[in-house]
Write a protein that binds this ligand. Structure first.
Ligand code: BTN
Length: 332
């Protein structure tokens, strides 16, 4: 007998309503209009998905523990956004969520579509670097944005991602997260998240943006001790306890939606005071590498188009549009 696709979700809903208490097999069978042996088959399926369900010959079934999975059925009941992630694409494993997002975009997927994976086999970062994407540890996501933006403005959307994450980490976890211009989020000088935006443009306007973000959530120190370009950390390392990825994802999406709406309505200028507040390199001497060039100067702000404003030793002023900050006075 083939199992109906949504019946296990209906059973899950009934078990969740009674979490911590037994629900008899007879009641479950009646409520979803299937036989008792069929109920058992659906329970086995839930167990295979990571739900801990206790079975008792007389009392029935009790939901003991829900896995920290990013599947739609775990996220949707608690998702409060209005347009973001309403089209939700969950992948147990994929090459890169950005690649998947680009395919969805080409196929006409709606604004705000979200791709989220448990694992990436070809997760990529800026400058063709690799992004560590071990299964179940982090959050690997891509958001499809379809506002028509001038091509100079489109990359500014990555600030929305870093700002929303920094504010969420500070508010929900009380950790001193900061923005490392232009695309990284650091905690205590170590990288916890990175952003890779990819756009497709006509002559003057971006047709869509795929904003990809990788967040280290429950990675251990050992996992992050590899030969990375910058020292890395995870939320769990900083808090000292394992963190629910579901919570991180939900709170991030809510904050991102709010800040993205502010960005679209009033431009990056609306977010600048907060961006500067959380960009800890402001006021310090930094070295930025871009292409073949390296430039050192005092970071004195971020322009309302997202450039890093540097003041050279002789008083020269320079706006840096993209690059890698490789040194910060006093360390990252
Ligand atoms: C960087 O710091 O260089 C950016 C890292 C971006 C990684 C994320 S993980 C989800 C999305 N899919 C990818 O292949 N990359 C981005």
């Amino acid at each position: 007998m083939a199992l109906a696709k949504s019946t296990h979700l209906e059973i899950l809903r009934l078990l969740k309503q009674n979490q911590g208490a037994f629900v008899s097999g007879v009641v479950l069978a009646e409520k979803v209009s299937i036989s008792r042996p069929a109920v058992w088959k659906h329970i086995k399926r839930l167990k295979a998905l990571g739900y801990e369900v206790q079975s008792h010959p007389r009392l029935g079934y009790m939901l003991v523990e829900v896995p920290d999975s990013l599947e739609r059925e775990e996220i949707f009941p608690n998702l409060t956004t209005s347009w973001l992630a309403r089209s939700y694409h969950y992948l147990p494993t994929t090459g890169s969520t950005n690649d998947h997002g680009l395919v969805l975009a080409a196929g006409g997927a709606p604004h705000g579509s979200l791709v989220v994976a448990e694992e990436q086999t070809k997760g990529r970062g800026r400058l063709k670097r690799q992004w560590l994407s071990s299964a179940g540890r982090g959050i690997y996501l891509s958001i499809l944005l379809r506002d028509l933006l001038p091509i100079r403005v489109a990359p500014q959307s990555s600030f929305v991602g870093s700002l929303a994450l920094v504010k969420m980490l500070r508010k929900e976890f009380d950790i001193p997260a900061s923005i490392k211009w232009p695309n990284d989020v650091l905690i205590n000088g170590r990288k916890v998240a990175g952003i890779l935006t990819e756009t497709q443009s006509d002559q003057d306007f971006s047709r869509f943006i795929v904003l990809g973000m990788g967040i280290n959530v429950n990675h251990t120190k050992e996992e992050l001790s590899g030969p990375f370009r910058y020292p890395a950390t995870s939320i769990a390392i900083e808090t000292g306890y394992a963190v629910k990825r579901q919570e991180v994802l939900l709170r991030f999406l809510e904050g991102f939606e709010r800040d993205y709406e502010r960005f679209i309505k009033n431009g990056l200028a609306a977010l600048l005071p907060e961006i500067e507040q959380y960009t800890t390199m402001i006021g310090k001497t930094v070295t930025v590498v871009f292409g073949e060039r390296e430039i050192t100067g005092k970071a004195c702000g971020v322009s309302d188009e997202g450039a890093l404003l540097l003041l050279g030793e002789e008083g020269s002023r320079e706006s840096v549009w993209a690059g890698d900050v490789v040194r910060i006075e006093g360390g990252f």
